[in-house]
Design a binder for this molecule. Structure first.
Ligand SMILES: [Zn+2]
Length: 403
């Protein structure tokens, strides 16, 4: 990367610190629960326009999409702008929707997950437009504020790729990485097993077939399977958890004719929809064979009124350590942090399940914030980390497209 340009970007960022912190505060102050992101989308689009982005619009689902430059290499920056809810406001040290700054740290819902990345993207965009007023950027950078990620990870970017025809060459996610370069995650899926029996009066229980009793050995087999799942480098073990059980019968004084368990399955390297399904089919076969294994569907409606349905399967993905995108991420981090950094993996799921998992588009992540603080009452970001991430976002496209 051209050292003169790096210096210019660094200088611009120095002058934009207060504004970047301010932007993050304003993003935190707008409540944006999943499916209710209209106000924050409008704020982001207004900001993009004010900063001179080349294009900005909300797509049919309701994602905020902006573009800078029209060079041949297409890069997509994604930060989901929905957050999980605040249900325990009293447990927060500072009010969750105030964005209070105390001793160089900003607090609030979404600070970590992941409005900081959006504030950084917007600042980076502003700097790129200021430095390249006459065009000439070697890339087209799309900045996306995706919606409904907390409800259905991946879907907002699936929508962009499959329904809006935006197929970037590279993707960068703004999920928290604590300023490391992340390159994959375990996948996940949900499954259900339904056992069917025959109802009868509790006083004549032997005339019925108890669906709960049919499910009992299946539950124990699932528990045993969890302990047998292998650890596979570099993502570790998958897991399987029975997360819910419910039964149905004519009354509480009857033999139930139906019992259903809900299963949370985390998928490591080599585990797919098919292998996970086959394991459960086998358990069912070993235990009578007449229970049904199914994958439930997620259905939602966005703030624009667009409905969608998706099978609850979110594939594992992983990028090779020496992939050019990973190397460009590590080099950009070195330039910004002044030292070598490591690559790593998320424990939770991200929109990468769509870009890398389903569509095999090279994907990495870089952002401030500790993953374990996401969804907690302690969401906080060091402003100095926010500024470093903003610089990364401005430099990275040049490092990636350098000849
Ligand atoms: Zn997130």
């Amino acid at each position: 990367m051209d050292p003169k340009l790096h210096k210019e970007i660094h200088g611009c960022l120095d002058g934009a610190k207060e504004e970047t912190a301010n932007l993050l505060q304003r993003l935190i102050r707008i409540r944006s629960y999943s499916g209710r992101e209209k106000e924050i989308v409008e704020f982001i689009l207004d900001t993009m326009q004010y900063y001179g982005f080349d294009d900005q619009y909300s797509d049919a689902l309701g994602n905020a999409v902006g573009r800078i430059g029209d060079g041949p290499v297409t890069i997509l920056y994604d930060a989901h702008i929905d957050t999980v809810q605040v249900t325990d406001e009293d447990s927060w040290v500072y009010p969750p929707f105030e964005g209070r700054i105390v001793d160089g740290t900003i607090y609030g819902r979404g600070a970590v997950d992941e409005k900081s990345a959006m504030a950084g993207f917007l600042t980076a965009g502003k700097i790129l437009k200021a430095l390249f007023q006459d065009g000439g950027l070697p890339f087209s950078l799309y900045v996306v504020g995706s919606v409904m990620e907390e409800d259905c990870d991946g879907y907002p970017l699936r929508h962009l790729i499959e329904n809006e025809g935006l197929r970037p060459d590279y993707v960068l996610l703004g999920e928290p990485t604590d300023l490391k370069v992340y390159r994959g995650q375990r996948g996940r899926m949900e499954l259900q097993i339904t056992a069917t029996g025959k109802s009868a009066h509790g006083a004549h229980n032997r005339q019925g077939i108890n669906a709960i009793y049919k499910m009992n050995p299946i539950v124990r087999a699932v528990e045993k399977l969890d302990r047998a799942l292998p650890a596979v480098a570099p993502l570790g073990r998958g897991s399987i958890t029975v997360s819910d059980i419910r039964s149905r019968g004519p009354s509480l004084c009857s033999v139930p004719d139906r019992c259903r368990i809900h299963i949370d399955r985390r998928l490591t390297v080599g585990e797919t929809r098919e292998t996970a399904l086959a394991q459960l089919e086998e358990i069912v076969q070993r235990n009578g064979g007449d229970a049904a294994v199914t994958i439930p569907e997620y259905s939602g409606t966005s703030w624009k009124g667009t409905g969608f349905v998706q099978e609850a399967y979110f594939p594992t993905w992983i990028m090779e350590a020496n992939h050019p995108l990973v190397l460009a991420g590590l080099e950009s981090a070195r330039l910004v942090l002044g030292k070598k950094t490591k690559s790593g993996f998320w424990s939770f799921s991200t929109n990468g399940v769509a870009t890398a998992g389903r569509h095999h588009l090279p994907t990495i992540g870089f952002a401030p914030g500790k993953e374990e603080l996401a969804h907690s009452t302690r969401e906080e970001i060091l402003l100095s980390d926010l500024f470093k991430a903003s610089e990364f976002y401005a430099l990275f496209p040049f490092v990636l497209t350098a000849k």
